[in-house]
Design a protein around this ligand. Structure first.
Ligand code: NAP
Length: 505
């Protein structure tokens, strides 16, 4: 069992009691009493807090971390040892003692009660395996190592330690280290920490117990859980973990979907991919790829002699990677599918019928490229309008369509298109009063599709609705591309209403 452990930052006795009750109702499995948060703690304080925690019937760790290991305790070492001894007498199950402080007289603990720990809040220690050996020489009940990685590949040593050792706590802190907190359960670590609520973290980027359970499916994880995730930089804003984990839960699929913050260079992308694939025991089965790694993903598949979907090749970028059990790697692009499905659904037509539609694509960036590739593949007649006319020309030449400068739209009296797709960022938050098209060019026989999804109802869509045109918002595309990814990931139909609910509430 990997205990989901909530640190109780004991700032006052009454607040600690309230937090213990809250942790119990949030279904914590263990409590860590952080006695060092109490200003000038006394043995009486320790008695009272430990007794309150005992009533919860959860397992208890008592910790009184000194400042030099990232804690708050400022008093003399003898006082700290006294408090910890007292915590044991009062009924704590474990006491966390830093390896460095064993040089002093350790508390009167038996080996069954000791968690011997080492923390590095700056870096991955270069001698991490030696530190672990030194900890293990003390024959503790549990060995603990926590450090701050500087790049995501530095999380792998923490996972290797869990994989190769019993009774360990091994984690990488900060946004980069999120995977170590979740995979702790799959790999069988002694515990992982989860904060009670935002603001009550005892270490950087600790996830709340609510998110551990609801967003990351803690209770459903086990050693067979298949791993998925999204690679990007930045990644904290991504809705994909919310969406895919909700869909896994809905269909009862044993998967976990995590955010991976991979620095924006090819080297970092390659190193991360090599590292995660080398560890076959992580059971990585699929990845979503977002900015700035979509081209890197394509190159990586080619370098490993994997397969690339026909349109991903034409688009020149991959947003979905699939890893089969036999080691085969394939790359796809579902960005265009999401958009085209949204158009077909809105017009109630089949994909082949797209060929009869004249389409105006506004923009010539990554999203426009995916749409132009998808639409021209079905034989649709496309005209590209872009602010930088040369880019419109290049894209048009590549895919055999027409092009014009975006500014030409202002000169037109009539726009010869049944479908208009905005692939520029015009109208996106915060410039919500902007629109790429004058309202006079909109008609009621048009489908107007805005790929912008923040806000959901852009000025362009509101004006189109006012003329009676059918409209498609950017969220439909986002959900459709995720649904197509989910089907590639799991081989099962995506629960679309769950996906929509997960992002729209
Ligand atoms: P990109 O590659 O950076 O391309 C941006 C495009 O917008 C270019 O054509 C650029 O024209 C144009 N543009 C930017 N600012 C402009 C302005 N002030 N006036 C006129 N044109 C302007 O970005 P992308 O990845 O294609 O993303 C484009 C938009 O798609 C994003 O803003 C986002 O809202 C949306 N999106 C939606 C989804 C979804 O699932 N719904 C997914 C990804 C992105 P130049 O070539 O002249 O610079």
């Amino acid at each position: 069992m990997t205990y989901l452990t909530v640190p109780i930052l004991v700032k006052s006795i009454s607040q600690a009691k309230a937090d213990i009750a809250q942790a119990l109702s949030a279904h914590a499995e263990m409590l860590e009493l952080r006695l060092d948060y109490l200003p000038n703690p006394t043995v009486e304080d320790v008695d009272e807090v430990v007794s309150a925690a005992r009533k919860s019937s959860l397992l208890i760790i008592a910790t009184c971390r000194p400042q030099n290991e990232g804690g708050r305790f400022k008093g003399p070492e003898e006082q700290r040892q006294l408090l910890l001894n007292h915590a044991l007498k009062a009924g704590a199950d474990y006491v966390d003692i830093e390896l460095a402080s064993l040089a002093y007289k350790p508390p009167d603990l038996t080996n069954k009660q000791s968690i011997i720990s080492h923390h590095d809040f700056d870096k991955l220690p270069s001698n991490i395996n030696d530190i672990l050996k030194d900890i293990k020489k003390t024959k503790p009940a549990v060995a603990k190592i926590a450090y701050q990685p500087q790049r995501i590949t530095e999380c792998f040593p923490a996972l290797d330690i869990i994989k190769e050792n019993k009774n360990v706590i091994s984690l990488a802190m900060g946004d980069l280290g999120i995977m170590t907190r979740l995979l702790a359960k799959k790999l069988g670590a002694f515990l992982t920490f989860a904060s009670l609520s935002p603001g009550s973290e005892s270490a950087p980027s600790q996830i709340t117990i609510k998110d551990m359970k609801q967003l990351y499916r803690w209770d459903a994880l086990d050693s067979k859980t298949k791993l998925y995730g999204v690679i990007g930089y930045p990644i904290a804003h991504s809705l994909s973990p919310t969406l895919h984990n909700a869909a896994f839960s809905e269909i009862g699929y044993n998967g976990l979907y995590l955010p991976f913050l991979v620095e924006p260079t090819w080297e970092e992308f390659k190193n991360f991919m090599d590292g995660i694939l080398e560890r076959k025991w992580l059971h990585l089965r699929g990845l979503s790829i977002t900015i700035p790694h979509k081209v890197h993903a394509l190159e990586y598949v080619l370098a490993r002699h994997g397969g690339i979907g026909k349109l991903a090749q034409r688009i020149g970028s991959v947003n979905t990677l699939i890893f089969e059990e036999n080691g085969r790697l394939s790359g796809f692009n579902t960005d265009y599918t999401g958009a085209m499905d949204a158009i077909m659904h809105s017009l109630d037509i089949k994909r082949t019928e797209l060929s009869s539609l004249s389409t105006a694509v506004l923009g010539a960036g990554g999203v426009a490229r995916a749409l132009v590739a998808g639409l021209t593949d079905e034989g649709a007649e496309v005209t590209i309008y872009n602010r930088t006319a040369e880019k419109a020309q290049l894209l048009a030449q590549e895919f055999g369509c027409k092009w014009r400068a975006l500014s030409d739209l202002k000169k037109l009296k009539h726009l010869d298109a049944r479908v208009v797709i905005n692939c520029t960022s015009i109208g996106m938050h915060p410039k919500v009063d902007e629109t790429p098209l004058t309202a006079s060019l909109l008609r009621d026989d048009m489908v107007v599709f805005d790929t912008v999804y923040n806000p959901l109802q852009t000025k362009l869509l509101l004006q189109a609705q006012a003329t009676g045109a059918k409209t498609i918002d950017g969220m439909s595309m986002f959900i459709n591309q995720a649904a197509a990814q989910f089907e590639l990931f799991t081989g099962k139909p995506a629960p679309r209403s769950t996906l929509r609910r997960a992002v729209l509430g």
